[in-house]
Write a protein that binds this ligand. Structure first.
Ligand SMILES: [Zn+2]
Length: 240
């Protein structure tokens, strides 16, 4: 199923994560607000669940992409506080120094976690956590190598990234789940295991969440009676 992307919002009327209708319900951005996401669900999350999702989204954005969002001038609720310099880490013989440099002098990379496909497709038993590698895609400014030439003798020039793969995977799970609910409504997904992954009560995240490198969605896997949803945006797909 390849659903065209409407930019309008969809009203849900119950918490998409826990199912409650008896609490005040707020708005959910499928893709975090700070990443310019297009899909919005109205009356879609209770305070308790929103607190959980906002926590892992915020931590993921701050730890993984604090600079990239500035560099690409994505929307921020605190636009006026955007700084004009960025902290470059320079290490000489184990001594670490942080130097503020202008944007044009900062090597801007997009840290990109790489997951295997969801383990559901290649393992029978769920295991805790998620496997991940981290790639870095050069976006703007000098490369790390070019930047390091300005600091002769330095052992390291760049930036350190310390992030939680589980939080990143939960952010992906939330985006996929919200995109699917936006397309098909919540009724199709009331028993989906992904809710437990998002709320944190299922630690086997890698069983359900991963990267996909093959043909659009594997619909021939034996024993899986899967509903597949594919939401497309220029240059990117979300497979649910
Ligand atoms: Zn809830």
């Amino acid at each position: 199923m390849n659903i065209p992307v409407p930019v309008n919002a969809r009203e849900i009327g119950e918490c998409i994560y826990c199912g409650t209708r008896d609490a005040p319900l707020g708005k959910e951005h499928a893709v975090p607000y700070g990443l310019n996401g297009p899909w919005t669900l109205l009356k879609a999350s209770c305070d308790a669940c929103a607190k959980i999702t906002h926590r892992f989204e915020r931590d993921t954005m701050r730890s993984l992409w604090p600079d990239i969002r500035n560099a690409l001038a994505m929307q921020s609720r605190r636009r006026d506080k955007r700084s004009q310099t960025l902290p470059l880490v320079v290490e000489h013989d184990g001594v670490r120094e942080t130097i503020q440099v202008s944007r044009s002098e900062f090597p801007i990379y997009l840290p990109t976690p790489l997951f295997p496909p969801p383990a559901l497709f290649w393992r029978s038993k769920p295991i805790r956590g998620v496997f991940t590698n981290l790639d870095a895609i050069h976006i703007a400014g000098p490369t790390f190598k070019e930047a390091s030439q300005r600091y002769p003798g330095a052992n390291f020039v760049g930036a350190h990234t310390n992030f939680s793969p589980e939080d990143f995977a939960r952010t992906l799970a939330k985006i996929g789940f919200c995109a699917a609910v936006h397309g098909l409504g919540l009724a199709a997904f009331t028993h989906t295991p992904i809710r437990k992954v998002i709320l944190g009560s299922d630690p086997c995240i890698g069983h359900w969440v991963g990267s996909w490198h093959g043909d659009p969605v594997n619909d021939t896997h034996e024993g899986l009676h899967a509903i597949k949803v594919q939401r497309s945006l220029a240059g990117s797909d979300i497979h649910v």
